[in-house]
Design a protein around this ligand. Structure first.
Ligand SMILES: *[C@@H]1O[C@H](CO)[C@@H](O)[C@H](O)[C@H]1NC(C)=O
Ligand SMILES: *[C@@H]1O[C@H](CO)[C@@H](O)[C@H](O)[C@H]1NC(C)=O
Ligand SMILES: *[C@@H]1O[C@H](CO)[C@@H](O)[C@H](O)[C@H]1NC(C)=O
Length: 149
């Protein structure tokens, strides 16, 4: 079969039309509560570090944060003596130049740390609509591993 040039272009266009949405749809389901970046991730008490959370994908997936709370916690094999440590309780600033981005710098508290696997956990509180249309709030979490030395 001999394809005319326009047919080849049309065929390619069809291929790209199928391929492009997957590429443009960069928002994965795991990004629905925010994409968190911690820098640096190896910390000692008193160390300064930066936390950034990007809620662009969250917004695209219908999650519009009311409260954003950050904790340090031991997610597994917690012996009960390691309550979550509040790092910051924040809200997005809709009038900011980057309304879907939260970023702050803080210090690792001088807590008693154990030889355990710690994470920074982001709790994103956001509204959903109830069965009768009245809103209520639910909480989704994202965990980022850190090392505390
Ligand atoms: C936030 O995430 C979106 C979607 O992944 C990306 O396009 C944008 O560049 C990110 N913003 C920043 C400041 O990293
Ligand atoms: C910390 O825990 C790891 C894994 O359980 C273990 O291999 C390591 O020896 C421990 N380090 C100290 C200083 O207790
Ligand atoms: C809840 O319902 C309102 C009114 O219909 C709508 O504007 C809003 O987008 C809905 N919120 C969610 C999270 O579905």
């Amino acid at each position: 079969m001999q394809l005319s040039f326009p047919t080849v272009i049309a065929t390619l266009a069809a291929v790209f039309a199928v391929a492009t949405p997957a590429a443009a749809q960069a928002c994965a389901e795991v990004e629905r509560f925010g994409v968190v970046t911690i820098s640096p991730t190896t910390l000692s008490p008193g160390d300064t570090f930066t936390v950034t959370a990007n809620f662009s994908c969250a917004a695209q997936l219908g999650v519009n944060p009311e409260y954003i709370d950050y904790y340090i916690k031991v997610p597994v094999n917690n012996n009960g003596f390691e309550p979550p440590i509040l790092l910051a309780r924040r809200t997005l600033n809709p009038s900011s130049a980057t309304p879907l981005l939260d970023s702050f710098t803080t210090q690792l508290p001088y807590a008693n740390y154990f030889n355990a696997s710690y994470v920074v956990i982001l709790d994103t509180t956001y509204p959903v609509n109830g069965t009768n249309g009245s809103p209520y709030s639910v909480v989704g979490s994202v965990e980022i591993p850190i090392s505390i030395l």
